[in-house]
Structures are given as C-alpha cells and as structure tokens.
Design a protein around this ligand. Structure first.
Ligand code: HEC
Length: 267
C-alpha cells in the first residue's frame, strides 16, 4: 500500500513537471526568429555609430509616442560608443520636453525644460494611462527590451533579431484565424496577436544622413539602437575587460621570469 502511494505520488509529480515544461515550451514552438547580420555581434563586434543615430531618430519620431525608455538619459546620446549626437543636439532634444520637478520652497511641483542629465521623458504619466491609450495593452519600457528578449546570444543580438522580427512581422491573418478586437496579426509575436498597430512602414522616417528608409532598414536601425540602449556602457566595459586581461597576462609573464631568476641558483 505504502509503496504504491509513493509510486503514484512520483507519477503525479512527473506529470506535473512534464505539463509545466510543455506549457513553458509551447508558446515558442511555432515562432521562428530569423537571425540577421549585426555589426555588434561577436567578440570584436562594435556598434555602428551612424546606424545608432538613425535608430535613435526612429525611436524619437515613432516609438517614443508609446514606449518609455526610463533608464536612458539624454546625455547618453553624446557619450562615446553611442549614437554620437553633439552636446548641442542633446541640449536641444532635452529642452524640447517639459519635466515635472520639485517641490520648490513653497512645496509646489513645477515644470521646467529638460536638461541633458534628465532621464528620457515617458509618454504616459503611469501604467494605467499607457494601457488606456493602447486598448488595454501595455507598451513595455524600451531601456531593457532588447536584453530581456535576448536568449543566450552574446551582446544580446538575439534581442535585436526579435525586435526586427516583430517590426517586420505584420501580415494578413491566415484564413480562419480569430483576431480579437483591436489586435493585429504578427507572425513573430507569441500567440500571433499583438496590441501594437504596425509602427513602421516604408518611408515612415526620412533619415538625416539619406540612408535607405524602407521598412527593413528602419527596423534594423531601431533594433540596433535598442540593443545599445540596453547597455550604453557595454563597449567601455569591454575595453576595461580587455585591459584587465592584458594586465594579467603581463603580470603572469613577469612573475614567471622572476621565478626563474630566483630559483635559477638553487637548481
Ligand atoms: C501606438 C503605440 C505604439 C507605438 C508607436 C509603438 N509601439 Fe511597440 N508596443 C505597443 C504596445 C501597446 C505593445 C504591447 C503589445 C502587446 O502586449 O500585445 C507594444 C509592444 C512592442 C514590442 C513587443 C514587446 C514584447 O513584449 O515582446 C516591441 C518589440 C515593440 N513594441 C517595438 C516597438 C518599436 C521598435 C516601435 C517604434 C518603431 C514601437 N514599438 C512603436 C505600442 C506601440
């Protein structure tokens, strides 16, 4: 009797675990995210400054109407390894928004023009307002979007592949597909129904540098920008890491030479 109940319990646990694994795995089953070429993939990969600048333009003109990017500050746009905006451009962009600051000495909050040290201003004051304006769906914050959607890809370029796939994944729903009200069919989104209307089309943005602005180019540029946005200091960190490795190698060689010298007489 006892043995049997242990066996039954064991089977129940096994069934539970299988079910959980199955549920966890199933949303991804039918979705195939195609890999794109990115300048920043691989150990020696680097962001392409002109591409980041175009990507910021796409974010600024299109995505920022719905998506916040709270972990980015305007001054990140002019720091080394980023989109390479000049400090004047950054000042101008920051000054174009009104930031609520305070309280002042009278205890009141007040509005003032943005400064380069301010975080990107969010399009909605809170989550409820964001949902109310988007048919109940919440546009996720973009600071960490590329990283949170990245698999195990080095430098998170799988997150860039995902963003690119979503932006270029809008299609007519297949016959018989039940699309809920206010939803859009997207072959790259889990469940194929997404609350975001197609944000980019051919020619949606005209790039200051005259680069191609078909849908795919725009999607690639903004995906690159969002990957950088996930970790603006990545290149600086890699440079520091490389210096540390070089230092350790030099250190090891030096000690090896010393050791040989010290022990030379004893042997
Ligand atoms: C009109 C508002 C709106 C605009 C403009 C917009 N989005 Fe969205 N976006 C949304 C909403 C709402 C969702 C959440 C959709 C859902 O959960 O069904 C979303 C979701 C997404 C997702 C999927 C995130 C996930 O959860 O996996 C990506 C990627 C994305 N947006 C990228 C962009 C990019 C890049 C731009 C600019 C080119 C952009 N969006 C412009 C409203 C918008």
């Amino acid at each position: 009797m006892k043995k049997r109940s242990i066996l039954l319990n064991g089977l129940a646990v096994l069934a539970g675990v299988t079910a959980v694994l199955f549920i966890a795995a199933s949303p991804h089953e039918e979705i195939e995210i195609h890999k794109q070429d990115w300048s920043f993939q691989g150990f020696f990969g680097k962001f392409d400054q002109a591409q980041l600048k175009r990507g910021f333009q796409v974010y600024h003109e299109v995505c920022s109407a719905c998506h916040s990017a709270k972990l980015l500050a305007y001054r990140n746009l002019s720091q080394p390894g980023g989109p390479g905006l000049s400090e004047d451009e950054v000042k101008q962009i920051a000054a174009s928004v009104q930031i609520t600051d305070g309280p002042n000495d009278a205890g009141d909050m007040f509005d003032r023009p943005g400064k380069p040290s301010d975080a990107f201003k969010s399009p909605f004051p809170n989550e409820q307002a964001a949902r109310a304006a988007n048919n109940g769906a919440l546009p996720p914050d973009m600071s960490l979007l590329a990283r949170s959607r990245a698999g195990k890809g080095f430098l998170g370029y799988e997150g860039a592949d995902y963003i690119y796939a979503i932006l270029t994944g809008y299609e007519e729903p297949p016959a018989g597909f039940h699309l809920q009200d206010g939803m859009n069919y997207n072959k790259a989104f889990k469940g194929h129904q997404i609350g975001m209307p197609q944000p980019l089309t051919d020619g949606a943005v005209t790039f200051a540098d005259g680069a191609p602005n078909d849908l795919k180019s725009e999607a690639k540029d903004v995906a690159a920008f969002l990957t950088w946005a996930g970790e603006p200091n990545l290149e600086a960190r890699h440079r520091t890491g490389l210096k540390a490795v070089l230092f350790l190698v030099a250190f090891t060689l030096m000690f090896y030479a010393i050791k040989r010298k010290v022990w030379a007489k004893i042997h």
